[in-house]
Design a binder for this molecule. Structure first.
Ligand SMILES: Nc1ncnc2c1ncn2[C@@H]1O[C@H](COP(=O)(O)OP(=O)(O)OP(=O)(O)O)[C@@H](O)[C@H]1O
Ligand SMILES: [Mg+2]
Length: 685
């Protein structure tokens, strides 16, 4: 009998003024006696486990019969006993203490008058109730202690999982091995989703030899989660069927525990354990499994965050590198391009072709650096309030020139389209890149659609996509019904230099440029693709809420080289090659040009002469950079326009990727026509 029961029984017997004994029939001993019983029978009862033979003078067999009878029926049995030492005859009422327990005690009430005591019944009933209550508590304590054991096990597992290094390829296998060991299971299996397919993430113990890591299952993640939401049991059955199939029929689902593993609230997989009944009281509990599965989900989330961070750092490094190279490279290209242009004008005959080739190569080089800069989000952008439908109509001929005749291009302009905020020339580039990709994906021809619509991205959508702010966007979708992409390709498509095209056919920078540009425009990019069906790339640009009037479509740049120009221009550029090219070009156009290599020289000249335009490099050696020079110019000649030129501009005049208000800027390398039209526009204004 548990300690607590004994203590409470003696307490009750102490309280009664009846003569009561508790007998243990198998040992024929007295286990408890009330004070009144001790008074009646004598100090012999003060000992522990007093044999009944020292209390009663009855025949043993007769007394046993009485006890047996008392234990076999629920109502009290009345008999008579002879008390020792005087063999006094007293009436005894016997009653069993519990109904089910086979070692149940018998309660005896000794009375001098032969009358059924009402109080006796009450007391015995109370003891019965007490026994039931205590039984319940003992059971609860047992459960609690097994829960505490489970909790300790789970805590151990959590501690061990938390210290796993998630940067290794084996972190999941390590985690699952620890879980199996710490939870005292025969084995554990983690089934995970990647790119929509379920596969074996890690397996150990009983599962170890049967299933290979990374082995794919013939059950899609979508089917599994959809079924799980409706009917978890059916989902488990589906999973077992595909696991059995994958293992060649060697798995037994009996007694296993399957717990979904969620990452950021979405089910990503399932943890399966085979509880080890001998080692763990009650086996692994559901609660324990839930805790461990949650920790596992957090571990996966941590690993993914870390991987994303590393990826982001890598891209940042590419960006920094690109920025640094682009600056010098663009200066070089400016010289090559400019001089090729001059050659083209000055020579004739078979050499002309050579000059054309130089020009083409320089333009290709310029496109490459500009795409890299766009990917690195370091292209100086001039975001403007834009009617995107009008802009698309404007570039429609250009798009049609890009595709082939067997491709049917349709422009679907959304009605009541909000004005968007974007850099028009980069937008053109982006659409051109997408259209070129769609063309290449439809070698046999097909249908290409460019579609616009107003879209609201809500908080839920934003939470599920990185770097997306909820709000109103103008969407531009480019769709084709071409080859489509398998998930692995779609996932990598925006990585710089990733291409599936043959050498020389693709640089792998098209989508990288689009991605960088959209992000730099504070927009969002999403690729939907089905192998064999086609692809849709959606760009989202922020709705322009400035209330600015939407500017009328631009007039195409005229070739302005022909009409001779008037005006005096001060050029500041530290790269002598570029300086010479710019000076020569402007002189050829008819301008008077003063060319210097430092800001200090420029400042001295401005103090002496009057100029119509200051054309200056952004980055200049010494303390006088382009921005300071412009500030000085403003003091000397407030009405003189300043045009900055640079090959790379994450600096003084470009903040967060967009130009300061009112700043005029031309990206290196530029053609003479481009320079001519900018200068002419500034002098006109
Ligand atoms: N519309 C599309 N349909 C099918 N696959 C596409 C589509 N767009 C892009 N891809 C895939 O993504 C890859 C990367 O595209 P991206 O535009 O960045 O580079 P590229 O087209 O290969 O080269 P580049 O654009 O520099 O000439 C492509 O090689 C192709 O495999
Ligand atoms: Mg491309």
């Amino acid at each position: 009998m548990p300690e607590t029961v004994s203590a409470m029984l003696s307490a009750i017997l102490d309280l009664t003024d009846d003569a009561i004994l508790v007998i243990d029939p198998p040992t024929r001993t007295v286990r408890f006696s009330s004070p009144r019983a001790i008074e009646l029978i004598g100090p012999v009862l003060l000992g522990d486990s007093v044999p009944v033979s020292q209390v009663f003078a009855n025949d043993e067999a007769q007394f046993d019969d009485f006890l047996r009878l008392a234990r076999s029926v629920t109502d009290p049995i009345i008999s008579q006993v002879l008390l020792l030492p005087g063999r006094e005859v007293v009436t005894v009422k016997g009653r069993r203490m519990t109904a089910s327990d086979d070692t149940s005690r018998v309660l005896l009430l000794l009375e001098r008058e032969a009358e059924l005591s009402h109080r006796f019944r009450l007391i015995s009933e109370r003891i019965l109730a007490l026994r039931t209550e205590v039984g319940r508590r003992v059971l609860a304590e047992k459960r609690l202690s097994s829960n505490i054991h489970a909790l300790r096990r789970a805590l151990g597992a959590i501690r061990n999982i938390a210290s796993i290094d998630v940067s290794t390829d084996t972190y999941l296998q390590e985690a699952v091995t620890l879980i199996a060991r710490d939870l005292e299971t025969h084995g554990a299996l983690l089934v995970l989703d990647e790119l929509g397919r379920l596969h074996v993430g890690a397996a150990t113990g009983r599962f170890g030899g049967i299933l290979a890591p990374k082995q794919t299952l013939n059950l899609s993640h979508a089917d599994f989660t959809r079924t799980w939401a409706r009917d978890p049991k059916l989902a488990r059955d589906l999973l077992w069927t595909s696991l059995t199939h994958a293992s060649g029929g060697a798995l037994d689902p009996a007694g296993t525990l399957a717990i979904p593993v969620s990452v950021s609230g979405a089910i990503r997989g399932v943890l399966i354990c085979v509880p080890n009944a001998e080692a763990a009281p009650g086996g692994v509990t559901q609660a324990e499994g839930d805790i461990v599965a949650e920790v596992l989900g957090n571990l996966i989330a941590r690993a993914e965050t870390e991987a994303r961070l590393i990826h982001a750092q890598k891209l940042q490094a590419v960006g920094q590198l690109t920025g640094g190279i682009a600056h010098d490279f663009n200066n070089i290209l400016a010289v090559v391009l400019g001089n090729a242009e001059i050659l083209l004008e000055e020579i004739t005959g078979p050499r002309l072709e050579l000059a054309e080739e130089i020009q083409d190569a320089a333009i290709r080089g310029a496109t490459l650096t500009s795409r890299l800069l766009a990917f690195a989000r370091k292209q100086p952008l001039k975001p403007e309030t834009t009617d995107i439908n009008a802009l698309l109509r404007e570039i429609d001929p250009l798009l049609r020139r890009t595709i082939r005749e067997d491709i049917d291009l349709e422009l679907v302009s959304g009605g009541g389209l909000w004005p968007g905020r974007l850099d028009k020339s980069q937008f053109e580039n982006a659409v051109l890149n997408l259209v070129a990709n769609a063309r290449d994906a439809m070698p046999e021809g097909g249908k290409l659609t460019v579609e616009t619509a107003n879209v609201r991205l809500d908080a839920d959508y934003a939470a599920q996509h990185e770097e997306v702010r909820p709000g109103q966007y103008v969407m531009v979708a480019v769709s084709d019904n071409g080859t489509g992409m398998v998930p692995e390709v779609a996932q990598e498509a925006c990585t710089p230099f990733f291409t599936t095209k043959a050498v020389g056919e693709g640089s792998g920078l098209g989508l990288s440029m689009v991605f960088g540009f959209v992000k730099q425009s504070e927009g969002h990019l999403k690729i939907y693709s089905e192998p064999g069906l086609g692809t849709t790339v959606k760009m989202y640009f922020p709705r322009d809420l400035s209330g600015n009037p939407v500017p009328a479509p631009r007039r195409p740049d005229r070739a302005e080289s022909d009409t001779p120009r008037k005006g005096r221009i001060l050029v500041t550029e530290d790269d002598p090659g570029v300086l010479k090219y710019v000076e020569r070009s402007l002189t050829k156009l008819g301008y008077l040009v003063d060319a210097v290599t430092t800001g200090d020289d420029a400042a001295r000249l401005m103090a002496r002469n009057t100029y119509d335009v200051l054309l200056t490099d952004v980055v200049l050696p010494g303390t006088m950079n382009g921005a300071r020079l412009a500030a000085i110019a403003k003091g000397i000649a407030p009405r003189m326009p300043v045009l900055f030129m640079s090959g790379y501009s994450e600096n003084v005049i470009v903040h967060h990727g967009s130009l300061d208000q009112g700043v005029e800027f031309i990206s290196k390398p530029f053609t003479r026509d481009q320079l001519a039209s900018r200068i002419a526009a500034l002098i006109r204004a």
